[in-house]
Write a protein of this length. Structure first.
Length: 87
């Protein structure tokens, strides 16, 4: 599968999307990398646990660094939901 975002594309996010609700499987989210605080990730939510933590995977799994390497992401690392992207 190819990456969802290509170089030069921009995204619009809703930073308040998860203040009062948990993400849903299929949501495209922005998250802070749990091990590298200066890195932001754009990933798809695959699973949400009762505590709100998410299992996230990139749309290009063979090239993606995601929950398969660092585990579930706590809600404190969620930065928003992707609502649109622009070429």
């Amino acid at each position: 599968m190819l990456p969802l975002l290509k170089p030069g594309e921009e995204i619009l996010i809703n930073p308040k999307a998860y203040q009062h609700k948990h993400p849903q499987p299929g949501d495209l989210i922005i998250a802070q990398h749990p091990l590298q605080s200066n890195l932001r990730l754009v990933k798809r939510v695959i699973e949400v646990l009762a505590d709100g933590s998410c299992f996230i995977i990139g749309d290009n799994p063979s090239e993606s660094t995601d929950s398969r390497s660092f585990g579930h992401v706590s809600p404190q690392y969620l930065r928003g939901q992707v609502v649109s992207r622009f070429p």
